[in-house]
Design a protein around this ligand. Sequence first.
Ligand SMILES: [Zn+2]
Ligand SMILES: [Zn+2]
Length: 249
Amino acid sequence: MAQTPWVRDELLLALALVVDNGWRELRQQDSRVVELSGLLRSLPLHEDAVADPRFRSPNSVSRKTTDIVTAHPDHLGETTKGGRPTQKIVADYLERPDAILAAARALRHVMDSGELHRIPPQPDETDESGELSSLEGRLLVRLALYRERDRGLRELKLRQIRRLKQPIACEVCSFDFGTTYGPLGVGYVEVHHVTPLHAIGPRETRLDDLALLCANCHRMCHRSHAGKTWRTPADLREAMHGVSIHGAS
Ligand SMILES: [Zn+2]
Ligand SMILES: [Zn+2]
């Protein structure tokens, strides 16, 4: 059976273990490797591969820790063939260690809660190319997208906005579906989780974590670009502002 390539979510967890071990590889007998092997085999990512006992076995996890250690630019001597995603996560870790470790912690936490197993894959959890090289991996994106679509939360958010006498309109560009489309558009708006789960930690969603957006601005908030799969409405507003200043010069 062909080996299943390691994806970002799995690499996050393996890298966090290497960091925890003082940036040294771990042996397959190590209890932390055995534990991680079990966790990786339970992730809702490669369900077809789990029938193969070699899939993410302690031996394969141990080898991955070696790949990660030898992908570090300060490593002297032989490099094992970790592949591009492994090199990328090491580079990302060196650039933003706190964000990478926070994502690994958040993923562990939501796996412990069992919440991910109740959520089907979300249609837009990967980008147009079907790939995702985001910092936080695919499963945390899945959870956040799922939470945004929660009808109960959406209703509570709209009630909050009405109570504050704010318009049901896009917080970035002010687009109002009702004004443009008439009765068809009245009350329509999309709800967006402002801060990614890897940044705030996997706590329950609060109403203030949610923003109202039009469909275009919502897409742009989620679009993979320059290594980021997520930008806040404030980031997007700033980007639009930059474009209009540029256009005027
Ligand atoms: Zn908008
Ligand atoms: Zn969103």
